[in-house]
Design a protein around this ligand. Sequence first.
Ligand SMILES: *[C@@H]1O[C@H](CO)[C@@H](O)[C@H](O)[C@H]1NC(C)=O
Length: 160
Amino acid sequence: MNNGNLFIFYSVLIIGTVCAEMVPFELCTAPNPGQCTVHEVRINPCPESVDHKPCKIKRGKSASIEFDYTTDFNSSSAHGQVYWESDEGDLPFLGMNTQACQHTSCPIVTSTRQTYAYTLDVAKKFPARTYLIKWILRNPQQPEESTEMCCFRTKIKLVK
Ligand SMILES: *[C@@H]1O[C@H](CO)[C@@H](O)[C@H](O)[C@H]1NC(C)=O
């Protein structure tokens, strides 16, 4: 690569990094907060985060969602699923790849900061509105109510 190309390469790299915006989140209370620290949640694209608004994701498009976490448990495998906190309870976001080891490195080792990176495809059939979503990354070898999980909530807005 000559210097010009190198410059473009680094510019793209830097812009790409800046575009992944840190978004506000909170730990879950239900089913439980989990034995886990969530350090940071990033969504790309999300220009709305500057105004502290939920990220807008166009239906029919995808968004990259990443979070950094540290668990207080070991797990050889992992299950990841997004839920929509609706009035009728938590509804799983259909069509996800729940095999979390394809999106974070396994085994998950206690006290080790790791990143989970997922590209969320948003089908056109989802109604356009703001969703409170809950992300659960858990040890599939434990029952679903186990505290061996990471769980946080954030908002996204699906738009036409
Ligand atoms: C978790 O795994 C690490 C590394 O393999 C090990 O040192 C540690 O003892 C394990 N902790 C528990 C609670 O199983």
